[in-house]
Design a protein around this ligand. Structure first.
Ligand SMILES: Cc1cc2nc3c(=O)[nH]c(=O)nc-3n(C[C@H](O)[C@H](O)[C@H](O)COP(=O)(O)OP(=O)(O)OC[C@H]3O[C@@H](n4cnc5c(N)ncnc54)[C@H](O)[C@@H]3O)c2cc1C
Length: 390
């Protein structure tokens, strides 16, 4: 495809990875974001995101993550910085793992695919992870090929790389409207009246996407999920080798978390139904959400049940109706590409998202793109849907 002018709306992980891949293919790319960058309210902007290939019965995402994990390791070398920490991930089951359960289905499929997953009893959990109330979780497994990424750092390093390669990064620019000539899109205008000509416009505005483009709101919407950052008194008990990323009966409780950072900050969050809200509404964690968090701590990490909360955050998923992303040409508008709908599990695919988006824009075959193709709610079977992880 001959070089095109491409404007990308949103410099979160979807936007910046698309910008990089398209620039590497010779396109002229402009990346617009209300900024400052990384945007403090962007979903990608956070201390950490879980990186794991455990996906229950869904071998598509498992296989995609096998590839992404190799690329996370390559990024660590390329950026000469440990952006992805392969500390392992512990999946605790509330009862014995059994067919149909998230832990059982992930464990058996990972085993089948040759991954070194290790089944754990309560005794083994108690011995290796002393901060956990192991008796609550009689079964589970450890996946050593998993961990977490320093998500804000990742976005920062990718933005630097994008600029180095010639992406025009425009922070402080808020998309206002598309510019058309006849049936064809010719650019965008920002709220300050500046016009950016484009052959293609990629919408990578995360939770803002359905607000900016209301015709998408039947398929995707913003959902708030509570996140707690707090200080632990004895950080060594919450760091590898005594601790790692974990999910505690996650399909039923939603709770998952990360090892303590060097300053002793521990992050715990909930992947539950969340609550729908407008991305510009105040992002306040509700009292009952904090009470549920405290109740969970008391059952699973009793020694920190009363530890002081440093910061709470209501982080926004851009949930799609079936939990799969949308990365495709918008059939209602020639030249418009949607690259959004992370549905609470998109960050881990960062090293491969840009390539998928670039192939889709260039209409090149891509072995993964069909899952993210334009679809209406009626067109897809729903067994492919929901629980996709944290
Ligand atoms: C609490 C929480 C925990 C998560 N945990 C994990 C995890 O452990 N592992 C994992 O893989 N995934 C996780 N996710 C999901 C993952 O973080 C997201 O899928 C991903 O970060 C979404 O990236 P994005 O680029 O689509 O959106 P964002 O990062 O939100 O980026 C969108 C950008 O669009 C910009 N924008 C907004 N309005 C405009 C406008 N008018 N014009 C131009 N730009 C605009 C914003 O400023 C923002 O920078 C989690 C999500 C949440 C909320």
């Amino acid at each position: 495809m001959s070089p095109s002018k491409i404007v990308i709306l949103g410099a979160g992980i979807y936007g910046v990875t698309a910008a990089l891949s398209l620039r590497q293919r010779g396109h002229a790319v402009t990346l617009l974001d209300p900024g400052p960058l990384p945007h403090p309210l962007a979903t990608s902007t956070d201390l950490s995101k879980a990186i794991r290939m455990d996906y229950g019965t869904d071998e598509f995402y498992m296989a995609l993550m096998e590839l992404a994990l190799e690329r996370w390791q390559a990024w660590n070398l390329h950026f000469d910085e440990t952006l992805y920490h392969e500390d392992g991930m512990l999946f605790l089951a509330g009862t014995s793992m059994a067919p149909g359960g998230f832990e059982y289905e992930s464990y058996t499929r990972l085993q089948k695919r040759g991954h070194p997953v290790e089944r754990l009893t309560s005794d083994r959990v108690r011995a290796q992870f002393p901060a956990l109330a192991a008796h609550r979780y009689p079964d589970g497994y450890l996946n050593p090929r998993a961990g977490w990424a320093e998500s804000s750092r990742v976005v920062i390093r990718l933005l630097e790389e994008a600029q180095r390669l010639g992406v025009e990064l425009r922070a402080g620019k808020t998309f206002a409207r598309l510019l058309d000539s006849g049936s064809r899109l010719v650019g965008v205008e920002t709220t300050d009246g500046v016009r950016y000509p484009a052959d293609y416009v990629i919408v990578a505005a995360g939770a803002w996407t359905p607000t900016l483009f209301p015709h998408l709101s039947a398929w995707m919407w913003a959902v708030g999920q509570p996140v707690f950052h707090f200080q632990v008194p004895d950080p060594a008990r919450f760091r590898p080798p005594n601790f790692c990323v974990w999910g505690a009966d996650i399909a039923n409780t939603g709770w998952y978390g990360f090892p303590a950072l060097p300053d002793g900050t521990l992050k715990i969050a909930n992947h539950g139904p969340g609550r729908r809200l407008h991305p510009e509404e105040p992002r306040t964690v509700a009292l009952d959400e904090e009470e549920k968090f405290r109740a969970f701590l008391a059952t699973t990490f009793p020694e920190i049940a009363h530890a002081p909360v440093l910061r709470t955050r209501l982080c926004l998923y851009c949930d799609t109706w079936d939990g799969n992303f949308y990365i495709d040409h918008d059939p209602t508008h020639e030249g418009l590409i949607i690259c959004s709908g992370g549905s609470g599990h998109g960050f881990k695919f960062a090293p491969i998202l840009g390539e998928i988006t670039a192939d889709v824009l260039e209409r090149k075959p891509n072995p993964w793109a069909h899952k993210f193709a334009w679809r209406s709610r009626a067109a897809l079977a729903t067994e492919d849907a929901r629980f996709t992880g944290e």
